[in-house]
Each structure stands twice: as C-alpha cells, then as structure tokens.
Design a protein around this ligand. Structure first.
Ligand SMILES: N[C@@H](CCC(=O)N[C@@H](CS)C(=O)NCC(=O)O)C(=O)O
Length: 233
C-alpha cells in the first residue's frame, strides 16, 4: 500500500459521503487513518479543515485538506493514478458520470432525506412517491451506461457513479427496516435493484458497511432534533 504521505479521513460511520470516500480509497488500496467525528459537537480539526461547510468527509493528505466527497474521489483517482481508474477514461463518459453523480447528490439524496424527515405516515408516502420519481431515470441511465455489464462503470468492477449512488444504499436499507419503504424496487426499477444487490456484495461496500443499527440510532437522534425544531416554531 503506497499512501505517498499521511492520509487521514474525517468522517462518521453513517455518513454516505464519507463512505463514498472510504470506498474510493479502498479501491485504490490506499491506507489511511480514519477519524470518527461527532457532528453534534464538532471538533477543532473538522472546523479548521472544512471551515466553509464544517461537514464530513474531509480527506487530509500530507496535511492538506480536500473537501466535498465527489471532489475527494476525483482527487484520489488522480493522485493514485497507478491503479485502475475510478472515473471513466473516455472524456465523454467522464462527463456523463459526473452529471449523474451530481444528480444523485442534488436530487436523490434530498429526496430520501425527505422520507426520513417525514413526521406522519401520509407525509412519508408523499416523500416516497417523490423519491421514486427521481430514482426512476437512473434505471435508464444504468441501462445506457452499464453496457450490459454489472456496474454503471460499464465493467465488472465499480466506478465513480457506482460509488456516488452506492454509498446511499446503506441508508436506503435502513429506511426499509425503519419504515418498510423500498426506494429501489425490483418491480419498478429491476436493473437498478439487481445492481444495488451486487453493489452491496462488493468488497469495497463490505469493507465500509456501517455497524448494524448505527443508522437507525443516528436517525432516531436526527428525528428527535427535527421534531423539537418543528415544535419550537
Ligand atoms: N456535499 C457534501 C455533503 C456532506 C454532508 O452533508 N455531510 C454531513 C454528514 S452526511 C455533515 O457533515 N453534516 C454536518 C452538518 O451539516 O453540520 C459532500 O459530498 O461531501
């Protein structure tokens, strides 16, 4: 393992964005020191490393911070270029992968957070319908870009868009166990559902999988905070 300088990751075990970065480092075979953060009581290192957003993940490489998970994955891919590329090599495919990764963060992530935030069953049903609507185009994206292979990368190993969406799957599983909702449904999006099963079986996903019930516990804290904030209005 060649880490070419000290590599640290500031994350939380339940942060999909931190899991994304950790999976990228796993794929590249880069060893790193993992520093779990308390987001309810942020430490000095996190605030100093990401003063703009004060969010995880942050990659600190040789003392220099890199923020924003997609930017970090691209940095990791470019710095440790000696092993298989995470981003597609072809410039057009790279642009498409970046487009869909941004779609995941701008549309899919906020949609399922809406399910988690919903205060009533009726609201949860509405948010689930909205989430299914934003997930639906990803079925066609998978068909178009997987090229008949196992992953969005168009190959048999995971790439940039696989990491972008795959890191969210742990939470989608938690939503299923907490509320009985299925966001990537074999009936509506069969190829995506099969991809999700494959993704969760990869070594990269297994290497970072959050401990059992950690998301449910974290969700309980978040929902209590959201409920208190709503009650205080
Ligand atoms: N766009 C950012 C999102 C990072 C993010 O939202 N991190 C959350 C944890 S999942 C966080 O640190 N939240 C703390 C806060 O909002 O104060 C990325 O891709 O890195």
């Amino acid at each position: 393992m060649d880490s070419e300088g000290d590599v640290k990751v500031l994350g939380t075990v339940v942060s999909p964005f931190a899991l994304r970065v950790r999976m990228a480092l796993y794929l590249k075979g880069v060893s790193y020191e993992y520093l779990e953060q308390d987001l309810f009581d942020k430490g000095e290192l996190l605030v100093a490393s990401n003063p703009v957003h004060k969010k995880v993940p942050v990659l600190i490489h040789g003392g220099k911070p890199v923020c924003e998970s997609l930017a970090i994955v691209q940095y990791v891919d470019e710095f440790w270029a000696g092993t298989a590329s995470i981003l597609p090599v072809d410039p057009y495919h790279r642009a498409v992968a970046r487009f869909w990764a941004a779609y995941v963060d701008d549309k899919v992530f906020p949609a399922w957070i809406g399910i988690l935030r919903a205060a009533t069953e009726e609201e949860r049903d509405e948010k689930l319908a909205a989430t299914l609507a934003v997930v639906a185009p990803m079925e066609d994206a998978f068909t178009a870009w997987s090229d008949g292979k196992a992953f969005f990368s168009g190959g048999d190993s995971v790439g940039y868009l696989d990491l972008a969406l795959g890191c969210q799957l742990f939470w989608l599983e938690a939503l299923r166990s907490m509320f009985g909702v299925t966001v990537i449904d074999a009936g509506r999006t069969p190829r995506l559902a099969a991809w999700a099963e494959r993704f969760l079986e990869t070594k990269a996903a297994k290497a970072v999988a959050p401990p059992a019930n950690s998301m449910e516990e974290y969700a309980g804290k978040l929902r209590a905070i959201w409920a208190a904030a709503a009650a205080a209005k």
